[in-house]
Design a binder for this molecule. Sequence first.
Ligand code: HEC
Length: 299
Amino acid sequence: MKKTAFGVVGALVASGAFAAPDWSKVPQRKITVFYPGQASLEWVMNKPDHSAVPDMVDKKRTCAKCHDGDANQIGDKIVAGKPVGVSKTALEPTPPVGKAGFIPVMFQAAHDGKKIYFRFEWASPKTGANKLDPKNEVKLAMMFDGGGTVEGAEINGCWATCHTDLRSMKDARNDKTTKRIKNADLASGKFMDLIQYRSGEKKPVDGYVAEARHMEGGKALLKTEGKKEGGKWIVTFERTLAGGGKGDHAITADKVYNFGFAIHEDYTNARFHYVSLGYQFGLDKPNPDVKSYIDIQKQ
Ligand code: HEC
């Protein structure tokens, strides 16, 4: 930064107009999101359903380690109502006609020392019929923990929050029960920070998942933007690194954060979304040996 320009740059930062990163210089990472049906934490952690449980529990194998490459096939099977797992469970009792099983998403992230930016790009897939949320064609939510603060999130990402008794799930108690994590505690960081873009509303949604899901409280999410161009969606988030609101994690260079994201495509809601497996990110910390890890570089 040149001394002569300092006043100008300082003013831009103060007004919140600091330019978004030059995305053409930020590495892209393909992450396949897939249709999970009623694949709850309880299902994926139950050995009679899912043979991988001992590997997850004893060897700390992550979902992404085994499924980063076949998430598309899993989504295709589940959305069609086909039996899956050892127990041959149909994880979707009412297969939505014509709905795609997965979406390949190009994911990018960058930071500038004060803020973090996320960008998601995908081709809108073939759609189903029901408009469950007529206001929002697309919603995109991202969740992340406080750097290893949520039990199990280093293996399963968002599955830490996804239970079989939630609304629209197999053992739903009512139509209100939302995501939660075990032993939630805001003070010690045991919660998932949640940020969301909604295409039908201009206001960014900044919440968290603790003993239940809260869609407000956060102060970190400054901006969400989305546009559909030629059948492609591009959604961006701009968030402070510091956080500071209720249910905001501070993002610092000394930690590795567990995250996942979900896309509600085609006016849908509740569990009828596409979800990612669990991934990790850190700031300016290369870790090329871990495939599910993304190094977010300063721009
Ligand atoms: C050690 C490798 C491994 C890990 C880790 C793993 N899985 Fe699996 N998963 C499998 C295998 C193998 C199957 C095929 C059925 C079986 O043997 O249970 C499967 C099946 C599934 C299915 C049903 C689809 C099908 O084709 O049968 C879902 C959904 C699933 N896994 C989700 C997950 C999630 C979510 C996680 C993380 C919480 C996870 N898996 C972790 C190996 C793994």
